[in-house]
Design a protein around this ligand. Structure first.
Ligand code: URP
Ligand code: ZN
Ligand code: ZN
Ligand code: ZN
Length: 504
């Protein structure tokens, strides 16, 4: 028999009132290997009221404290996904996972915080922000916001200031692709970069040459290539490399830090590597799909199978993934996100006759484990949690197992296996681009905000329990910028001074 929807709601409300009461506020995780990005050691972790109260050997506690035995397991900071799109209106539809369903899946996979992209409403940042505050009301884990900038005028410039100073947003994304919708010009990019710099906010770019992509799409349609493979063929790596290089050079010209989102190709990664080597402040974020998938799937003869892999920039030919894995493990790229942006089969079918109409995006919010590859456990924590916390200025509240940090913790069993399937992924989508994948290293327990939300394969996500995390501007990347600015200015003034002396 079906339970009526209203009864469902009542049960949820009842449980969310009851759970905090019957659950212990105190948890002791015993005997695990505590893994931070900088260090690992065998120690107990004691949690009280959502905060880590002690990390040391042989902690003794009284009755009423919930004890979890973590012997032989890793106790790590929960994943922080820097890149998600929950309930986003995009390409004529809306992503099917909302804040609650996306976060529930995330918690089951060991992610305890994510940063979602607020899309302005008709260019208005404040309207976009208000809409996302509403969307996030039923959050079951902590979250933060980036914000996209899709047009430029005095109002947008003023609103950016409000977002940073009042609303806790410290990063803005500029789309160099999606011509005709989100794409912006180089002129706007420069205005935006200057404003970001003055506010201490991080400029982020979706780096693909949107004009050239448009041209590539026309070419494919003219050639009669209308299927999902046309998506990959119309926007090759060279267009990602070009835009990455352009964004890096323009950010260098303005002397502001840059964050390149979803690096999918060797071409883009190479540009980031070169810039960092020259001393420029550039961060590269890659995506789990880029690390573990390749573009052969886009040639699948079944439209639905191929369409579910359509995302931008596209999943690349074999070889790119291996190179990106190497770049991530050696620090050439700093962190990994999932770009979780899900559509079900009916939504993907909007592009059955024309790949340009397939909504772009793949799932992933719960699969940080797949990023592990050849990483050491400390490096795994660095790229899935700590680095993100540092970049967005919330370290060590997040991204570490230290006294005083938020109790966002996972217990990972390196000897237990996990498998990813659409039947168990907790998303709203009917497909999963990681179907059948798995391996060693199962997240057995997830603790979010001091509450056990995932244990024994059971999910206890509580709507409304997640908190909005305000993020302060001027992260570590802004240190020393004024020195470079002063050097630049004095280099300009030198010849003027000489001329003045000459005339007297
Ligand atoms: O295909 C993608 N990546 N969809 C989400 C929007 C974006 O560009 O990040
Ligand atoms: Zn993007
Ligand atoms: Zn994205
Ligand atoms: Zn003279």
């Amino acid at each position: 028999a079906q339970i009526p929807r209203s009864a469902h709601l009542l049960i949820i409300v009842f449980l969310s009132l009851l759970l905090p009461l019957c659950e212990s506020n105190q948890i002791l995780i015993k005997g695990g290997t505590v893994v931070n990005a900088h260090h690992r050691e065998v120690a107990d972790v004691y949690i009280e009221d959502g905060i880590i109260a002690a990390v040391q050997k042989n902690i003794m506690v009284g009755d009423g404290v919930k004890i979890i035995d973590a012997t032989g397991k890793y106790v790590m900071p929960g994943g922080i996904d820097p890149h998600t799109h929950l309930a986003m209106e995009f390409m004529g539809t809306e992503t099917i996972d909302d804040f609650f369903s996306g976060q529930a899946a995330a918690l089951a996979g060991g992610t305890t915080m994510h940063i979602d992209f607020v899309i302005p409403v008709n260019g208005s940042l404040s309207a976009g922000y208000e809409a996302y505050v509403k969307k996030a009301e039923r959050s079951a884990m902590d979250y933060g916001f980036h914000m996209a900038i899709t047009k430029w005028d005095e109002t947008v410039s003023r609103e950016m200031e409000v977002m940073v100073k009042e609303n806790g947003i410290n990063s803005f994304k500029f789309f160099m692709a999606y011509k005709g919708s989100l794409m912006i010009s180089d002129e706007l990019l420069l205005e935006g970069f200057k404003k970001c710099k003055s506010l201490g906010a991080l400029a982020m770019v979706h780096a693909e040459n949107g004009d050239a992509v448009f041209e590539g799409q026309k070419r494919m349609i003219e050639l009669g290539i209308t299927g999902p493979e046309g998506h990959a063929l119309s926007r090759p790596p060279v267009l990602e490399g070009e835009a990455t290089s352009r964004a890096i050079r323009l950010a260098g010209f303005v002397n502001t830090p840059l964050y390149v989102v979803h690096v999918m190709s060797i071409d883009a990664m190479g540009e980031i590597a070169k810039a960092r080597k020259s001393g420029q402040k550039v961060i590269g974020e890659t995506v789990v799909s880029a690390l573990v998938l390749n573009d052969s799937v886009l040639w699948d003869s079944d439209f639905q199978t191929a369409a579910k892999y359509v995302m931008s920039p596209p999943i690349r030919a074999p070889g790119h993934g291996k190179a990106l894995q190497g770049a991530l493990s050696t620090g050439v790229l700093q962190l990994v996100g999932t770009d979780h942006c899900t559509f079900n089969s009916t939504q993907k079918a909007m592009g059955i006759d024309d790949f340009r109409k397939i909504p772009n995006g793949v799932n992933g919010i719960n699969i940080f484990q797949s990023a592990s590859g050849q990483l050491s456990v400390t490096d795994f924590v660095r790229v899935t949690s700590t680095e993100c916390a540092r970049i967005f200025n919330i370290y060590p509240r997040k991204g570490a197992i230290l006294v005083g940090s938020d109790a966002d913790i996972i217990i990972l069993n390196p000897n237990s296996s996990f498998e990813i399937t659409a039947n168990t992924h907790h998303y709203r989508t009917d497909t999963n681009v990681y179907e059948g994948r798995g391996g060693k290293g199962k997240v057995e327990v997830t603790i979010a905000g001091g509450r056990i939300v995932w244990e024994k394969d059971e999910l206890n996500a509580v709507p409304g329990s997640g908190k909005y995390v305000k993020m302060a501007p001027f992260n570590y990347m802004f240190e020393g910028l004024e020195r470079a600015d002063a050097e630049y200015l004095s280099s300009l003034r030198a010849p003027v001074t000489r001329r003045a002396m000459h005339t007297t």
